[in-house]
Design a protein around this ligand. Structure first.
Ligand SMILES: O=C[C@H](O)COP(=O)(O)O
Length: 262
């Protein structure tokens, strides 16, 4: 079964709820419905924007989906500042990124916590977008493939093959390519994405490995999305900066769908 291309826009800590509405409206207006047959499109805004986007998507019956950038490992309770899986599910979120390198680096998230968050997401019906990827020194030492595969195994610990197959999305994001304009070559990205898929096959079987979508993230733009999705093991992109501009993001999604440009 062919995997459907997936483009997710990680807005990071940008755009208030009014700006969020404006951006989603522009994307919805610019990307005709026919493209959604070939590409799934999601936006991942800050928590404060999600209710507004839910209202817009439901009201206008938009085909675009949405999710969050993080969730708590806990369901509820005395965890000041945290947002839980049940809260996100109630807001109609489909996806939640887990283990983004900015969470690992600035919030001290380790593989054990990332795994608890992945399991929390699945428990509440959300699809975790599990982010893995190496820092520059790891790549320069030649440890990038092993590093990504280890993070993948640790992040999925305790999950059943069926849960991985049905719910998990993997994003390979080399830290040195995020927000730097320094995109990994398609061959660099494919090398790791292929190894991630082989790791899934070893652990969960070929059927699961063939079903799971593996995205590349790190300075993806309309001028490089084509060569990335042309790779056998790259099923789309987790897009940061370029997802904040409606024209660029729309163009990128259309190209991921195989074109033509709208
Ligand atoms: O989650 C998205 C990635 O961190 C990539 O961000 P970027 O496209 O701005 O490099």
């Amino acid at each position: 079964m062919a995997r459907k291309t997936f483009v997710a826009g990680n807005w990071k800590m940008n755009l208030n709820h009014l700006e969020a509405i404006a951006l989603v409206q522009k994307i919805a207006f610019s990307l005709p419905e026919k493209y959604y047959a070939k590409v799934d499109v999601a936006v991942l805004p800050p928590f404060t924007d999600i209710r507004s986007i839910q209202t817009l998507v439901d009201g206008d019956k938009l085909l675009l989906t949405y999710g969050a950038q993080d969730l708590s490992a806990h369901d509820s309770g005395a965890y000041t500042g945290e947002v839980s899986g049940p809260m996100l599910a109630k807001l109609g979120c489909t996806y939640v990124t887990v283990g983004h390198s900015e969470r690992r680096e600035y919030h001290g998230e380790n593989d054990e916590l990332v795994n608890r968050k992945v399991r929390a997401a699945i428990k509440h019906g959300l699809s975790p977008i599990l982010c893995v990827g190496e820092r520059l020194e790891v790549r320069e030492a030649g440890g990038h493939v092993e590093h990504g595969c280890q993070q993948l195994i640790a992040g999925l610990k305790g999950l059943k093959a069926e849960q991985v197959k049905e719910k998990v999305v993997v994003a390979y994001e080399p830290v040195w390519a995020i927000g730097t304009g320094r995109v990994a070559t398609a061959a660099d990205a494919e090398e790791v994405c292929k190894a991630l898929r082989e790791t899934l096959a070893d652990k969960y079987g070929g059927e699961v490995a063939e079903a799971v979508r593996i995205l590349y993230g790190g300075s993806v733009k309309s001028n490089n999305i084509g060569e990335l999705v042309a790779c056998d093991n790259i099923d789309g992109a987790l897009v940061g900066g370029a997802s904040l501009q409606a024209d660029e993001f729309t163009k990128l999604c259309a190209l991921a769908a195989g074109g033509p440009l709208p």
